[in-house]
Design a protein around this ligand. Structure first.
Ligand code: PMP
Length: 374
């Protein structure tokens, strides 16, 4: 049967390159898996207990579309720690992925332009394309800092929104307060919304993590529970705005009513406990992993030291094609993701170091050997 019944929309997107490597992983015996974007620890016990109790106490029905009232209030209090917003508007979502889909659906008309960085988080490009929008990429190679002037130049009459992600997947870059303030000025001068994907906010190895929401009221702040509490399967995140963007949150809530309905209801009680849970120790372990990986690789790869998340975006030496290098790495039992999954270029590969220190050392040694082989 032909696939002529499929929508044009569905044909505009390609299967996730990460999933393809995931599938390859299933065929290898005990691979060194640097491909997955989730922590190697389990959900902390206290949060599991809270979710189990919620199920046992019968919180198994739909929640309000925007989420359980107590959770929304706790999220609003958290958002107020980084903003001066008197009454943050909150929508609890099915992961940050859910919030991204709702936000892009609420904002994009066909032909609208969204300005974001290259490299970018893979969902942005595909969802924007699926909705008939156009991604305008601002090249951030080789150091992945925010090139604010290039953002200014990328803005046209069709620009609807700027999208940033710090700490970044795939580069591990964390933007400074100065960079964010400069970008806020650009956005303000064009009266544009900035979507700030801060899902890795807890994983910042810089002393002072800066949020776009601190500097710009027209920020659509996206944060989530997947990464810091290792609950990627629970599907919980949120969107928050200043009251001036209330129409945006309302539009997203309306779309949620007809799509996701609500974020997983009993698990929202686990998320409520998560907001009070201290992850400093876990994050310190990840800083150590970052240092270990960087020290193992720096002799053979000219990589930028990542400052957040749990990724390194590493240039393939000698200008070799990244996809070819990644195939060689996989043939040697090390799973990494080619840069062209996250970029219009194919010069780098992404390592997720969310694995044991032993695996980091073993995997880095193999990658260094491949780099030296040329
Ligand atoms: N944004 C970024 C930058 C991510 O890396 C991810 C997960 N890989 C997400 C959003 C979505 O995460 P989730 O849907 O699990 O909250």
């Amino acid at each position: 049967m032909s696939d002529s019944y499929l929508s044009d929309r569905s044909k505009r997107i390609d299967a996730s390159g990460i999933r393809k490597v995931f599938a390859l992983a299933a065929e290898l015996e005990d691979p060194i898996n640097f491909s997955i974007g989730q922590p190697d620890f389990d959900v902390p016990e206290a949060l599991k207990r809270q979710a189990i109790e919620a199920i046992e106490r019968g919180f198994n029905r739909y929640s309000q579309t925007m989420g359980e009232r107590q959770l929304c209030e706790a999220i609003a209090t958290d958002v107020q720690k980084v903003t001066t917003w008197s009454d943050p508007q909150v929508l609890t979502t099915s992961g940050v992925s859910g919030a991204l889909l709702l936000a892009f659906m609420a904002v994009i008309n066909p032909g609208d332009e969204i300005v974001t960085t290259d490299p970018y988080f893979v969902i942005y490009k595909h969802v924007i394309n699926m909705l008939g929008g156009k991604c305008v990429f601002v090249d951030t190679y080789p150091d992945f800092q925010l090139p604010v002037e290039a953002f200014r130049q990328a803005i046209t009459e069709r620009t609807k929104m700027i999208v940033i992600n710090s700490p970044s997947n795939p580069t591990g870059t964390v933007y400074s307060a100065e960079e964010l303030q400069a970008l806020a000025e650009v956005a303000r001068s064009h009266d544009l919304i900035v979507m700030s994907d801060e899902i890795y906010e807890k994983f910042s190895y810089r002393p002072n993590y800066a949020s776009m929401a601190t500097y710009y009221d027209k920020t659509l702040l996206l944060r989530g529970f997947s990464k810091a509490y290792a609950m990627t399967g629970w599907r919980l995140g949120y969107a928050a705005t200043h009251p001036c963007l209330k129409p945006l949150i309302e539009a997203m809530t309306k779309i949620q009513q007809y799509t996701f309905v609500c974020a997983p209801a009993p698990l929202q009680w686990g998320a409520l406990t998560a907001l009070e849970y201290d992850v400093t120790e876990l994050v310190d372990q990840y800083r150590t992993k970052r240092d270990l990986l960087y020290d193992c690789l720096k002799g053979d790869f000219d990589l930028v030291k990542p400052e957040g998340a749990f990724y390194a975006f590493v240039p393939v030496p000698g200008g070799r094609d990244a996809t070819r290098f990644v195939k060689e790495a996989i043939a040697n039992n090390v799973l990494v993701i080619p840069g062209n999954v996250f970029s219009e270029r194919d010069t780098h590969f992404r390592i997720s170091y969310a694995t044991s220190n032993e695996k980091i050392e073993q995997g880095a040694e193999i990658l260094c050997r491949l780099a030296r082989q040329g």
